[in-house]
Design a binder for this molecule. Structure first.
Ligand code: FES
Length: 514
C-alpha cells in the first residue's frame, strides 16, 4: 500500500505497493534534465527524454504517486472539463482543435506505452456519456456537441446511457480510456530506470542555487545536482509566481463502491451539474470497483469536509444498488484562470526552467500532453501548443467568473491574514480528529487534537504567501485556501506551492487558554 497526501487512501494506492527505487543506478552530479515530481507528468517526461538519449534525474519529495496522480479517478478523455465550445469562444477554433488532437494523441501515447512495456494496469479504450437533466443543461449540451463536431471529436446523440439515472438528452463519445494510474506510472518508472534513468525519492528540491541560460544547480537533502534544464512537475510549483495567481485550488471527492450483483456500468459517464458527478468502473485483481466523484469545492473553503462524502454517498445510494463503500478519498486539482493549462517556461525564470500546472480535472490527459510538450521544447521539435499553452501568455481572464472571484478571495485572505478567531473556551471542545484556528494574542494558531487527544499546534500562517490555513477534517491536513498548499497536522508540507513547513506554535500560549 502507498501512503498519500491525506488520511484517506485511494483505491489505487490501496492496491499497489510503494515503488521501490532501483539502488544500483549510478547517481551522478550532472544531468541534462532534472524533473521535480514523480507523478504522471514527471515520470512520463523523464521516460520520453531518457528514451531520446538525454540523462534525466527525477526528484520526488515523498514517493511516486504520493499526490494527485495517486488520488485521481483516472478518466482519460478527449472531452475536457472546459468544453470545446468555451475554448472556441475564449480562444479560437484552432486552439480548441489543437487541444482535441493533443488529447487524442495522449490516449494513443498511453495505449502505445501499455503495449510496448506490457503494462498490467487495466488500460481500456472505452466510451463516455455526457447527459443533461434539465433544459439549461440541454442547451449547453447542444453547444458542446456542436463544438465537438467542429474540432473533430467524434460524438453522437443517444437515447440510452450506461448509468441508471434519468436524463433529458445525452451524448455518446467513443475513444475515451481508463486505467489504474499508479500501476501505469510505476511501470513507466521501471522503464525509465531500465534506461539508466535515476529517481531519488524522499528527496525534495530544497533550493535552486544558480540559474543561468546554460543550466541550474539545485540543492536537495541528498546533495546538489546540476542540469541544463529544470522541470517542475509538482502539480503546482513552489515559490511565489504568476501561475499561483492564475490557478485556483479545488478539492474533489471520490468513493469506490462494491455493487450488489454484476451490474457495473461499462464506460465513463458525466452529468452536467456544477460541480458535476463522474462515474466509472475499474476491475483490479479480479475485484470490480464502481468509482464515483464530485462535490468539489475550493480548497480550504468547506468547514465540514465530511459533508461532501455524505452527499456523494447519498447520491450514489439513491441511484445504484450499493453493497458497500470500499474506499473514499479526496484529491486536489488546480483550475486555470483562462481554462487551459500552463505548460512551458516558468514565468520570471530562465528559458531552461519549465513548469506544468492548471490541469483542472483532466490530469491524466494533460499530464501526458505536458510530457509531449516538454519533449518537443527540449528537443526543439515543433508542436502546435507550445506557444498556446505557455504560462506567460496574456489571455482573457475576465470572462472566467471563478477566476475573478478567486482572486478577490485571495486578496481578502491576504489583507485579513486571519480567520475570525474562535473564542478561547472553544478550545476545549475541539474533538479528537478535529482541527481549529484560534486567535491568541494576535497570532492565528492551528490546533489539532489527534485520536489520542494529544494536541498539535502550528502557526496557521501559510508559509507560501501568508494566508490562513483551514483544517480538512477528512484528510486530516491544514489546507491553504489561497493557492492550495497543504500541510500535515504537524505542519509538514504535503502539497506545494509552499516549500517550507508551517512553524510550530508556542504551546505555552495554548496552555494559557486551556
Ligand atoms: Fe499561497 Fe498558502 S498556498 S498563501
Amino acid at each position: 500500500m502507498n501512503s498519500r497526501d491525506g488520511a484517506h487512501i485511494s483505491v489505487w494506492q490501496q492496491t499497489v505497493e510503494a515503488f521501490k527505487i532501483r539502488a544500483n543506478n549510478t547517481v551522478q552530479k550532472k544531468y541534462d534534465v532534472i524533473i521535480a515530481g514523480g507523478g504522471i507528468t514527471g515520470i512520463s517526461t523523464a521516460l520520453a527524454l531518457q528514451k531520446a538519449g538525454l540523462k534525466c534525474l527525477v526528484l520526488e519529495s515523498h514517493h511516486l504517486c504520493y499526490g494527485t496522480t495517486g488520488g485521481t479517478t483516472a478518466h482519460i478523455n478527449t472531452i475536457m472539463d472546459v468544453p470545446y465550445s468555451t475554448m472556441i469562444k475564449k480562444f479560437n477554433l484552432e486552439t480548441a482543435s489543437n487541444i482535441a488532437t493533443a488529447s487524442r494523441d495522449a490516449i494513443s501515447h498511453i495505449s502505445n506505452n501499455v503495449s510496448q512495456y506490457t503494462i498490467d494496469c487495466g488500460f481500456q479504450l472505452t466510451d463516455a456519456y455526457l447527459f443533461a437533466k434539465d433544459e439549461k443543461q440541454e442547451k449547453e449540451l447542444d453547444d458542446i456537441k456542436h463544438a465537438c463536431d467542429k474540432v473533430g471529436v467524434a460524438s453522437q446523440w443517444t437515447d440510452k446511457i450506461n448509468v441508471p439515472i434519468a436524463f433529458r438528452k445525452a451524448m455518446f463519445i467513443p475513444g475515451q480510456a481508463k486505467f489504474h494510474p499508479v500501476r501505469y506510472v510505476h511501470a513507466l518508472a521501471t522503464a525509465f530506470e531500465d534506461l539508466e534513468g535515476v529517481i531519488l525519492d524522499k528527496c525534495p528540491l530544497t533550493s535552486v542555487e544558480n540559474e543561468s541560460d546554460t543550466g541550474v544547480i539545485v540543492e536537495t537533502p541528498k546533495g546538489s545536482f546540476e542540469a541544463t534544464y529544470l522541470i517542475y512537475a509538482t502539480h503546482i510549483p513552489p515559490t511565489i509566481n504568476l501561475v499561483h495567481l492564475r490557478c485556483a485550488p479545488y478539492r474533489s471527492y471520490a468513493m469506490a463502491f462494491r455493487l450488489k450483483g454484476e451490474k457495473y456500468p461499462e464506460g465513463l459517464a458525466y452529468d452536467m451539474y456544477d460541480p458535476y458527478h463522474y462515474y466509472r468502473t475499474q476491475e483490479i485483481d479480479g475485484q470490480k470497483y464502481f468509482i464515483v466523484g464530485g462535490d468539489d469545492h475550493k480548497t480550504g473553503h468547506e468547514p465540514n469536509t465530511v459533508k461532501p462524502f455524505l452527499s456523494l454517498e447519498s447520491h450514489v445510494r439513491s441511484n445504484f444498488d450499493v453493497d458497500a463503500v470500499t474506499q473514499q478519498w479526496s484529491s486536489q486539482y488546480y483550475e486555470p484562470a483562462d481554462g487551459l493549462p500552463y505548460i512551458g517556461v516558468f514565468p520570471g525564470h530562465k528559458k531552461n526552467v519549465l513548469v506544468a500546472t492548471g490541469f483542472g480535472g483532466n490530469g491524466m490527459t494533460y499530464g501526458t500532453i505536458a510530457a509531449q510538450l516538454f519533449e518537443a521544447k527540449i528537443l526543439e521539435k515543433p508542436h502546435p501548443l507550445i506557444d498556446k499553452l505557455a504560462p506567460g501568455r496574456i489571455k482573457p481572464v475576465a470572462g472566467f467568473k471563478n477566476f475573478t472571484e478567486h482572486n478577490l478571495d485571495v486578496f481578502k485572505q491576504l489583507i485579513q491574514k486571519v480567520f475570525k478567531g474562535s473564542e478561547a473556551h472553544e478550545f476545549v471542545e475541539v474533538a479528537p480528529g478535529e482541527g481549529k484556528i484560534f486567535k491568541v494574542e494576535g497570532q492565528s494558531i492551528g490546533v489539532h487534537k489527534d485520536d489520542n487527544g494529544a494536541i498539535h499546534t502550528v502557526n496557521a500562517k501559510c508559509t507560501h504567501m501568508g494566508c490562513t490555513v483551514a483544517w480538512n477534517l477528512t484528510e486530516r491536513s491544514w489546507d491553504c485556501p489561497c493557492h492550495g498548499a497543504r500541510f500535515s497536522p504537524d505542519g509538514k508540507v504535503l502539497n506545494g506551492p509552499a516549500d517550507k513547513d508551517l512553524e510550530y506554535a508556542n504551546l505555552e500560549l495554548i496552555n494559557a487558554i486551556k
